[in-house]
Design a protein around this ligand. Structure first.
Ligand code: FAD
Ligand code: UDP
Length: 389
Protein backbone atom coordinates (compact mmCIF):
# COMPACT_ATOMS: atom_id res chain seq x y z
CA UNK A 1 0.00 0.00 0.00
CA UNK A 2 2.88 2.44 0.78
CA UNK A 3 2.60 5.26 3.34
CA UNK A 4 -0.52 6.71 1.80
CA UNK A 5 -2.17 8.30 4.85
CA UNK A 6 -1.09 10.58 7.66
CA UNK A 7 -3.29 8.63 10.07
CA UNK A 8 -4.80 5.17 10.24
CA UNK A 9 -7.62 5.09 12.79
CA UNK A 10 -8.53 1.72 14.24
CA UNK A 11 -12.19 1.95 15.27
CA UNK A 12 -15.08 4.01 13.92
CA UNK A 13 -16.66 4.62 17.35
CA UNK A 14 -17.06 8.11 18.72
CA UNK A 15 -13.36 8.53 19.48
CA UNK A 16 -12.30 7.41 16.01
CA UNK A 17 -14.96 9.47 14.24
CA UNK A 18 -14.25 12.70 16.16
CA UNK A 19 -10.50 12.32 15.64
CA UNK A 20 -10.98 11.65 11.93
CA UNK A 21 -13.14 14.73 11.51
CA UNK A 22 -10.76 17.02 13.41
CA UNK A 23 -7.66 15.71 11.65
CA UNK A 24 -9.23 16.17 8.23
CA UNK A 25 -10.20 19.73 9.19
CA UNK A 26 -6.49 20.30 9.83
CA UNK A 27 -5.59 18.96 6.40
CA UNK A 28 -4.38 15.46 7.33
CA UNK A 29 -5.28 12.38 5.31
CA UNK A 30 -7.04 9.67 7.23
CA UNK A 31 -8.26 6.11 6.78
CA UNK A 32 -10.47 4.28 9.30
CA UNK A 33 -11.08 0.59 9.77
CA UNK A 34 -13.47 -1.30 12.01
CA UNK A 35 -13.84 -4.98 12.71
CA UNK A 36 -17.61 -4.57 12.90
CA UNK A 37 -19.73 -4.32 9.76
CA UNK A 38 -21.00 -0.87 10.70
CA UNK A 39 -19.65 2.48 11.88
CA UNK A 40 -20.27 4.08 15.28
CA UNK A 41 -18.98 1.49 17.75
CA UNK A 42 -21.28 1.29 20.75
CA UNK A 43 -23.32 4.37 19.91
CA UNK A 44 -24.62 2.74 16.72
CA UNK A 45 -28.37 2.96 16.20
CA UNK A 46 -30.42 1.13 13.56
CA UNK A 47 -33.97 1.68 12.32
CA UNK A 48 -36.45 -1.05 13.25
CA UNK A 49 -40.14 -0.43 12.45
CA UNK A 50 -39.38 3.27 12.07
CA UNK A 51 -37.73 3.48 15.51
CA UNK A 52 -34.01 4.14 16.11
CA UNK A 53 -32.88 1.20 18.20
CA UNK A 54 -29.81 1.73 20.41
CA UNK A 55 -28.22 -1.56 19.44
CA UNK A 56 -25.54 -1.53 22.16
CA UNK A 57 -27.60 -0.04 24.97
CA UNK A 58 -29.36 3.22 25.82
CA UNK A 59 -27.23 6.25 24.97
CA UNK A 60 -28.19 9.69 26.23
CA UNK A 61 -25.93 12.56 25.34
CA UNK A 62 -25.23 15.01 28.16
CA UNK A 63 -22.52 17.57 28.79
CA UNK A 64 -21.86 20.91 30.45
CA UNK A 65 -19.10 21.67 27.99
CA UNK A 66 -20.46 24.22 25.50
CA UNK A 67 -17.66 23.53 23.05
CA UNK A 68 -18.62 19.83 22.94
CA UNK A 69 -22.34 20.63 22.72
CA UNK A 70 -21.81 23.10 19.85
CA UNK A 71 -19.54 20.57 18.16
CA UNK A 72 -22.14 17.76 18.09
CA UNK A 73 -24.92 20.18 17.19
CA UNK A 74 -22.92 21.33 14.18
CA UNK A 75 -23.58 17.90 12.64
CA UNK A 76 -27.16 17.11 13.75
CA UNK A 77 -29.97 18.65 15.73
CA UNK A 78 -30.56 17.22 19.20
CA UNK A 79 -34.08 16.66 20.56
CA UNK A 80 -35.40 17.60 24.01
CA UNK A 81 -35.14 14.14 25.58
CA UNK A 82 -34.37 14.28 29.31
CA UNK A 83 -33.39 11.02 30.93
CA UNK A 84 -35.60 10.16 33.90
CA UNK A 85 -35.40 6.43 34.49
CA UNK A 86 -37.74 4.66 36.87
CA UNK A 87 -36.67 1.87 39.22
CA UNK A 88 -38.88 -1.18 39.73
CA UNK A 89 -38.02 -2.85 43.03
CA UNK A 90 -40.13 -5.94 43.62
CA UNK A 91 -43.10 -4.41 41.80
CA UNK A 92 -42.94 -0.98 43.44
CA UNK A 93 -41.83 2.02 41.38
CA UNK A 94 -39.37 4.71 42.43
CA UNK A 95 -38.07 7.73 40.54
CA UNK A 96 -34.39 8.09 39.80
CA UNK A 97 -31.94 9.64 40.39
CA UNK A 98 -32.33 9.93 44.15
CA UNK A 99 -34.54 12.98 44.67
CA UNK A 100 -37.58 14.21 46.61
CA UNK A 101 -39.88 11.94 44.57
CA UNK A 102 -37.78 8.90 45.56
CA UNK A 103 -37.67 9.98 49.21
CA UNK A 104 -41.46 10.47 49.25
CA UNK A 105 -42.01 7.05 47.64
CA UNK A 106 -39.59 5.40 50.07
CA UNK A 107 -40.49 7.13 53.35
CA UNK A 108 -43.49 9.42 52.76
CA UNK A 109 -41.40 12.53 53.54
CA UNK A 110 -42.56 15.67 51.74
CA UNK A 111 -40.10 18.47 52.49
CA UNK A 112 -36.33 18.68 51.94
CA UNK A 113 -35.89 19.13 55.69
CA UNK A 114 -37.78 15.90 56.46
CA UNK A 115 -35.85 14.05 53.76
CA UNK A 116 -32.48 15.27 55.06
CA UNK A 117 -33.36 14.23 58.59
CA UNK A 118 -34.40 10.78 57.37
CA UNK A 119 -31.18 10.34 55.37
CA UNK A 120 -29.12 11.51 58.35
CA UNK A 121 -30.75 8.80 60.46
CA UNK A 122 -30.27 6.21 57.67
CA UNK A 123 -26.60 6.99 57.17
CA UNK A 124 -25.69 7.31 60.86
CA UNK A 125 -24.14 3.86 61.17
CA UNK A 126 -21.93 4.24 58.07
CA UNK A 127 -20.93 7.73 59.07
CA UNK A 128 -19.98 6.59 62.61
CA UNK A 129 -17.88 3.75 61.20
CA UNK A 130 -15.95 6.18 59.02
CA UNK A 131 -15.48 8.58 61.94
CA UNK A 132 -14.05 5.81 64.15
CA UNK A 133 -11.72 4.70 61.36
CA UNK A 134 -10.51 8.27 60.79
CA UNK A 135 -9.85 8.76 64.51
CA UNK A 136 -7.95 5.47 64.70
CA UNK A 137 -5.73 6.34 61.73
CA UNK A 138 -5.43 10.00 62.70
CA UNK A 139 -6.36 11.16 59.17
CA UNK A 140 -9.75 11.84 57.56
CA UNK A 141 -10.81 8.65 55.71
CA UNK A 142 -12.77 8.51 52.47
CA UNK A 143 -15.28 5.74 51.72
CA UNK A 144 -13.25 2.81 50.40
CA UNK A 145 -15.83 1.08 48.23
CA UNK A 146 -19.20 1.50 46.54
CA UNK A 147 -21.19 0.16 49.51
CA UNK A 148 -19.59 2.59 51.98
CA UNK A 149 -20.09 5.46 49.54
CA UNK A 150 -23.74 4.59 48.81
CA UNK A 151 -24.62 4.24 52.51
CA UNK A 152 -23.13 7.66 53.17
CA UNK A 153 -24.93 9.27 50.25
CA UNK A 154 -28.46 7.92 50.71
CA UNK A 155 -28.54 5.56 53.70
CA UNK A 156 -29.49 1.94 54.06
CA UNK A 157 -33.12 1.71 52.76
CA UNK A 158 -32.29 3.20 49.37
CA UNK A 159 -29.02 1.27 49.24
CA UNK A 160 -30.80 -2.03 49.88
CA UNK A 161 -33.71 -1.42 47.47
CA UNK A 162 -32.27 0.61 44.61
CA UNK A 163 -28.51 0.09 44.59
CA UNK A 164 -27.29 -3.20 46.03
CA UNK A 165 -29.05 -5.72 43.77
CA UNK A 166 -28.75 -3.61 40.61
CA UNK A 167 -25.06 -2.94 41.11
CA UNK A 168 -24.23 -6.56 41.85
CA UNK A 169 -26.08 -7.65 38.69
CA UNK A 170 -24.46 -4.93 36.62
CA UNK A 171 -20.90 -5.55 37.75
CA UNK A 172 -21.02 -9.22 38.87
CA UNK A 173 -19.15 -8.17 41.98
CA UNK A 174 -20.10 -7.28 45.54
CA UNK A 175 -20.58 -3.57 46.24
CA UNK A 176 -17.75 -3.84 48.77
CA UNK A 177 -15.39 -4.90 45.93
CA UNK A 178 -16.25 -1.98 43.62
CA UNK A 179 -14.77 1.53 43.54
CA UNK A 180 -16.75 4.31 45.22
CA UNK A 181 -16.66 6.62 42.17
CA UNK A 182 -19.18 4.48 40.24
CA UNK A 183 -22.08 5.53 42.46
CA UNK A 184 -20.94 9.15 42.69
CA UNK A 185 -22.03 9.49 39.06
CA UNK A 186 -25.64 9.66 40.25
CA UNK A 187 -27.04 12.92 41.63
CA UNK A 188 -28.71 13.09 45.06
CA UNK A 189 -31.12 16.04 45.15
CA UNK A 190 -33.53 17.61 47.57
CA UNK A 191 -35.81 18.86 44.81
CA UNK A 192 -38.62 17.14 42.87
CA UNK A 193 -36.40 16.79 39.81
CA UNK A 194 -36.17 13.44 37.99
CA UNK A 195 -33.49 14.54 35.51
CA UNK A 196 -30.80 11.82 35.72
CA UNK A 197 -28.03 14.27 34.88
CA UNK A 198 -26.92 17.60 36.31
CA UNK A 199 -25.43 18.71 33.01
CA UNK A 200 -26.46 21.88 31.23
CA UNK A 201 -27.14 20.22 27.88
CA UNK A 202 -28.84 16.92 27.09
CA UNK A 203 -30.62 15.19 24.21
CA UNK A 204 -30.64 12.53 21.53
CA UNK A 205 -29.48 13.25 17.97
CA UNK A 206 -32.44 13.51 15.61
CA UNK A 207 -32.07 10.58 13.21
CA UNK A 208 -30.05 8.57 15.74
CA UNK A 209 -26.35 8.41 16.59
CA UNK A 210 -25.53 6.66 13.33
CA UNK A 211 -26.47 9.88 11.49
CA UNK A 212 -24.13 11.85 13.78
CA UNK A 213 -21.22 9.49 13.06
CA UNK A 214 -22.01 9.37 9.32
CA UNK A 215 -21.81 13.16 9.17
CA UNK A 216 -18.49 13.21 11.04
CA UNK A 217 -17.11 10.63 8.62
CA UNK A 218 -18.55 12.15 5.41
CA UNK A 219 -15.94 11.87 2.64
CA UNK A 220 -13.60 9.68 4.73
CA UNK A 221 -12.17 6.42 3.58
CA UNK A 222 -13.70 3.76 5.86
CA UNK A 223 -13.17 0.01 5.61
CA UNK A 224 -15.47 -2.22 7.62
CA UNK A 225 -15.20 -5.86 8.65
CA UNK A 226 -11.41 -5.64 9.08
CA UNK A 227 -9.74 -6.69 12.29
CA UNK A 228 -6.55 -4.64 12.67
CA UNK A 229 -4.60 -7.56 14.08
CA UNK A 230 -5.34 -9.74 11.04
CA UNK A 231 -3.43 -7.31 8.76
CA UNK A 232 -1.39 -5.31 11.23
CA UNK A 233 1.87 -5.12 9.33
CA UNK A 234 0.31 -4.06 6.07
CA UNK A 235 -2.02 -1.56 7.76
CA UNK A 236 0.78 -0.05 9.86
CA UNK A 237 2.81 0.47 6.72
CA UNK A 238 0.08 2.49 5.03
CA UNK A 239 0.09 5.37 7.54
CA UNK A 240 2.59 7.58 9.33
CA UNK A 241 0.68 7.43 12.61
CA UNK A 242 -1.95 5.12 14.11
CA UNK A 243 -4.84 6.03 16.41
CA UNK A 244 -5.91 2.85 18.17
CA UNK A 245 -9.30 2.73 19.97
CA UNK A 246 -9.57 -1.02 20.72
CA UNK A 247 -8.67 -2.82 23.94
CA UNK A 248 -5.23 -1.85 25.19
CA UNK A 249 -4.42 -5.34 26.54
CA UNK A 250 -5.18 -6.89 23.16
CA UNK A 251 -2.82 -4.44 21.45
CA UNK A 252 0.03 -5.79 23.55
CA UNK A 253 -1.06 -9.38 23.01
CA UNK A 254 -2.09 -9.72 26.69
CA UNK A 255 1.56 -9.61 27.69
CA UNK A 256 0.74 -8.99 31.36
CA UNK A 257 -2.58 -10.87 31.32
CA UNK A 258 -6.18 -9.94 30.57
CA UNK A 259 -7.86 -6.79 31.81
CA UNK A 260 -11.42 -7.48 32.92
CA UNK A 261 -14.47 -6.01 31.19
CA UNK A 262 -18.20 -6.35 31.62
CA UNK A 263 -20.22 -7.15 28.57
CA UNK A 264 -23.93 -6.71 27.98
CA UNK A 265 -26.35 -8.76 25.94
CA UNK A 266 -29.72 -7.63 24.72
CA UNK A 267 -32.93 -9.53 24.18
CA UNK A 268 -34.71 -7.28 21.71
CA UNK A 269 -38.41 -7.76 20.89
CA UNK A 270 -40.65 -6.00 18.39
CA UNK A 271 -44.11 -5.66 19.91
CA UNK A 272 -46.51 -5.17 17.00
CA UNK A 273 -49.71 -3.34 17.84
CA UNK A 274 -48.30 -2.10 21.17
CA UNK A 275 -47.78 1.64 20.89
CA UNK A 276 -46.51 2.21 24.41
CA UNK A 277 -45.22 -0.75 26.43
CA UNK A 278 -43.80 0.73 29.63
CA UNK A 279 -44.39 4.49 29.40
CA UNK A 280 -40.71 5.37 29.76
CA UNK A 281 -37.45 4.86 27.86
CA UNK A 282 -35.66 3.17 30.77
CA UNK A 283 -36.98 1.04 33.64
CA UNK A 284 -34.33 -0.45 35.95
CA UNK A 285 -35.08 -3.69 37.78
CA UNK A 286 -33.15 -3.14 40.97
CA UNK A 287 -33.78 -6.41 42.83
CA UNK A 288 -31.16 -9.16 42.69
CA UNK A 289 -33.56 -11.85 41.40
CA UNK A 290 -34.77 -10.39 38.06
CA UNK A 291 -32.07 -11.59 35.67
CA UNK A 292 -31.91 -8.44 33.56
CA UNK A 293 -30.83 -5.01 34.78
CA UNK A 294 -33.18 -2.84 32.74
CA UNK A 295 -35.74 -2.70 29.95
CA UNK A 296 -35.28 -0.05 27.29
CA UNK A 297 -38.23 1.07 25.15
CA UNK A 298 -36.43 2.82 22.33
CA UNK A 299 -39.21 4.95 20.85
CA UNK A 300 -39.38 7.11 24.00
CA UNK A 301 -35.95 8.52 23.15
CA UNK A 302 -37.36 10.31 20.15
CA UNK A 303 -41.15 10.30 20.16
CA UNK A 304 -43.11 12.48 22.52
CA UNK A 305 -46.83 13.26 22.97
CA UNK A 306 -49.08 12.25 20.08
CA UNK A 307 -46.19 11.06 17.96
CA UNK A 308 -45.86 8.13 20.32
CA UNK A 309 -49.30 6.68 19.70
CA UNK A 310 -49.28 7.57 16.01
CA UNK A 311 -46.55 4.97 15.58
CA UNK A 312 -48.39 1.66 16.18
CA UNK A 313 -45.53 -0.66 17.27
CA UNK A 314 -42.71 -0.58 19.76
CA UNK A 315 -39.29 -2.15 20.27
CA UNK A 316 -37.97 -3.14 23.69
CA UNK A 317 -34.63 -4.55 24.83
CA UNK A 318 -33.97 -6.41 28.05
CA UNK A 319 -30.37 -5.83 29.10
CA UNK A 320 -28.31 -8.58 30.73
CA UNK A 321 -24.86 -7.93 32.12
CA UNK A 322 -22.11 -10.54 32.33
CA UNK A 323 -18.35 -10.96 32.61
CA UNK A 324 -16.52 -10.52 29.32
CA UNK A 325 -15.09 -13.67 27.70
CA UNK A 326 -12.91 -13.78 24.57
CA UNK A 327 -15.20 -13.29 21.57
CA UNK A 328 -17.65 -10.97 23.42
CA UNK A 329 -17.79 -7.21 22.87
CA UNK A 330 -16.12 -5.44 25.81
CA UNK A 331 -18.44 -2.70 27.14
CA UNK A 332 -17.39 -1.55 30.59
CA UNK A 333 -13.84 -1.45 31.98
CA UNK A 334 -13.78 -2.74 35.56
CA UNK A 335 -11.80 0.01 37.28
CA UNK A 336 -11.12 -1.80 40.54
CA UNK A 337 -7.67 -1.86 42.19
CA UNK A 338 -6.49 -5.06 40.53
CA UNK A 339 -7.40 -3.95 37.01
CA UNK A 340 -6.19 -0.39 37.56
CA UNK A 341 -2.75 -1.75 38.51
CA UNK A 342 -2.68 -3.98 35.43
CA UNK A 343 -3.78 -1.08 33.23
CA UNK A 344 -0.90 1.02 34.60
CA UNK A 345 1.51 -1.60 33.27
CA UNK A 346 -0.08 -1.49 29.81
CA UNK A 347 -0.18 2.31 29.89
CA UNK A 348 3.59 2.37 30.41
CA UNK A 349 3.98 0.26 27.26
CA UNK A 350 1.58 2.53 25.38
CA UNK A 351 3.46 5.68 26.46
CA UNK A 352 6.66 4.23 25.03
CA UNK A 353 5.11 3.84 21.55
CA UNK A 354 6.10 6.60 19.18
CA UNK A 355 3.84 5.83 16.24
CA UNK A 356 0.63 4.82 18.03
CA UNK A 357 -1.83 6.95 20.01
CA UNK A 358 -4.24 5.17 22.36
CA UNK A 359 -7.64 6.83 22.82
CA UNK A 360 -11.21 6.12 23.92
CA UNK A 361 -12.95 3.89 26.42
CA UNK A 362 -11.13 0.66 25.62
CA UNK A 363 -7.67 1.95 24.78
CA UNK A 364 -7.60 4.15 27.91
CA UNK A 365 -9.54 1.63 30.00
CA UNK A 366 -11.76 4.39 31.42
CA UNK A 367 -15.48 4.54 32.18
CA UNK A 368 -15.89 7.51 29.82
CA UNK A 369 -19.25 8.92 28.82
CA UNK A 370 -19.64 10.19 25.27
CA UNK A 371 -18.89 13.83 26.05
CA UNK A 372 -15.66 12.80 27.80
CA UNK A 373 -14.66 10.74 24.76
CA UNK A 374 -15.17 13.80 22.55
CA UNK A 375 -13.15 15.99 24.94
CA UNK A 376 -10.33 13.41 24.94
CA UNK A 377 -10.32 13.19 21.14
CA UNK A 378 -10.18 17.01 20.93
CA UNK A 379 -7.28 17.11 23.43
CA UNK A 380 -5.33 14.30 21.80
CA UNK A 381 -5.72 15.65 18.24
CA UNK A 382 -4.59 19.07 19.45
CA UNK A 383 -1.53 17.59 21.20
CA UNK A 384 -0.60 15.42 18.23
CA UNK A 385 -0.90 18.15 15.66
CA UNK A 386 1.28 20.46 17.77
CA UNK A 387 3.80 17.64 18.19
CA UNK A 388 3.98 16.78 14.48
CA UNK A 389 4.13 20.38 13.20
P1 FAD B 1 -16.25 2.15 21.07
O1 FAD B 1 -17.61 2.67 20.81
O2 FAD B 1 -16.13 0.86 21.78
O3 FAD B 1 -15.49 2.06 19.67
C1 FAD B 1 -14.32 1.29 19.46
C2 FAD B 1 -14.40 0.74 18.04
O4 FAD B 1 -13.18 0.11 17.73
C3 FAD B 1 -15.51 -0.30 17.88
O5 FAD B 1 -16.33 0.02 16.78
C4 FAD B 1 -14.74 -1.59 17.65
O6 FAD B 1 -15.40 -2.49 16.79
C5 FAD B 1 -13.44 -1.06 17.02
N1 FAD B 1 -12.31 -1.98 17.22
C6 FAD B 1 -11.83 -2.44 18.39
N2 FAD B 1 -10.79 -3.27 18.18
C7 FAD B 1 -10.61 -3.33 16.84
C8 FAD B 1 -9.71 -4.02 15.99
N3 FAD B 1 -8.79 -4.85 16.49
N4 FAD B 1 -9.81 -3.85 14.66
C9 FAD B 1 -10.75 -3.03 14.14
N5 FAD B 1 -11.64 -2.36 14.88
C10 FAD B 1 -11.57 -2.49 16.21
N6 FAD B 1 -22.26 7.37 27.36
C11 FAD B 1 -23.03 8.47 27.54
O7 FAD B 1 -22.54 9.59 27.42
N7 FAD B 1 -24.36 8.35 27.82
C12 FAD B 1 -24.98 7.15 27.92
O8 FAD B 1 -26.19 7.07 28.18
C13 FAD B 1 -24.18 5.97 27.77
N8 FAD B 1 -24.75 4.74 27.87
C14 FAD B 1 -23.98 3.64 27.70
C15 FAD B 1 -24.60 2.40 27.79
C16 FAD B 1 -23.85 1.24 27.58
C17 FAD B 1 -24.51 -0.11 27.69
C18 FAD B 1 -22.45 1.36 27.30
C19 FAD B 1 -21.62 0.13 27.10
C20 FAD B 1 -21.85 2.59 27.20
C21 FAD B 1 -22.59 3.75 27.39
N9 FAD B 1 -22.02 5.01 27.26
C22 FAD B 1 -22.80 6.13 27.46
C23 FAD B 1 -20.59 5.19 26.93
C24 FAD B 1 -20.34 5.29 25.42
O9 FAD B 1 -20.77 4.11 24.78
C25 FAD B 1 -18.83 5.49 25.19
O10 FAD B 1 -18.39 6.65 25.85
C26 FAD B 1 -18.44 5.63 23.71
O11 FAD B 1 -19.21 4.86 22.85
C27 FAD B 1 -16.98 5.23 23.58
O12 FAD B 1 -16.51 5.43 22.28
P2 FAD B 1 -15.14 4.77 21.81
O13 FAD B 1 -14.91 5.22 20.41
O14 FAD B 1 -14.10 5.04 22.82
O15 FAD B 1 -15.37 3.19 21.91
N1 UDP C 1 -27.05 2.29 39.92
C1 UDP C 1 -27.83 1.67 40.86
N2 UDP C 1 -29.17 1.59 40.67
C2 UDP C 1 -29.78 2.11 39.57
C3 UDP C 1 -28.97 2.77 38.61
C4 UDP C 1 -27.61 2.83 38.81
O1 UDP C 1 -27.32 1.16 41.84
O2 UDP C 1 -31.01 2.00 39.44
C5 UDP C 1 -25.59 2.33 40.15
C6 UDP C 1 -24.88 1.13 39.51
O3 UDP C 1 -23.80 0.78 40.34
C7 UDP C 1 -24.36 1.71 38.22
C8 UDP C 1 -23.99 3.13 38.65
O4 UDP C 1 -25.02 3.48 39.59
O5 UDP C 1 -23.25 1.00 37.73
C9 UDP C 1 -23.94 4.14 37.54
O6 UDP C 1 -25.16 4.14 36.89
P1 UDP C 1 -25.34 4.65 35.41
O7 UDP C 1 -26.80 4.63 35.07
O8 UDP C 1 -24.61 5.93 35.27
O9 UDP C 1 -24.59 3.50 34.59
P2 UDP C 1 -24.46 3.23 33.01
O10 UDP C 1 -25.37 4.17 32.29
O11 UDP C 1 -23.03 3.46 32.70
O12 UDP C 1 -24.85 1.81 32.85
Amino acid sequence: MGTKYDFLIVGTGLFGAVSAYLLRQKGYTVMLIDKRDHIGGNVYTEKVHGINVHKYGAHIFHTSNKKVWDFVNSFVEFNRYTNSPVANYKGKLYNLPFNMNTFYQMWGVKTPEEAKAKIEEQRAEASDRLKIKSEKLGVPCEPQNLEEQALLLVGKDIYEALIKGYTQKQWGRKCTDLPAFIIKRLPVRFTYDNNYFNDKYQGIPVGGYTTLIEKMLAGCEVRLGIDYFDQKEELDACAKRIIYTGEIDRYFNYEYGHLQYRTVSFETEILEGVANYQGNAVINYTDAETPYTRIIEHKHFEMFGEELTESPDTVISREYSKEWQPGDEPYYPVNDDKNSALYAQYKALADAQTKVIFGGRLAEYKYYDMHRVIERAMEIVEMETIRTK
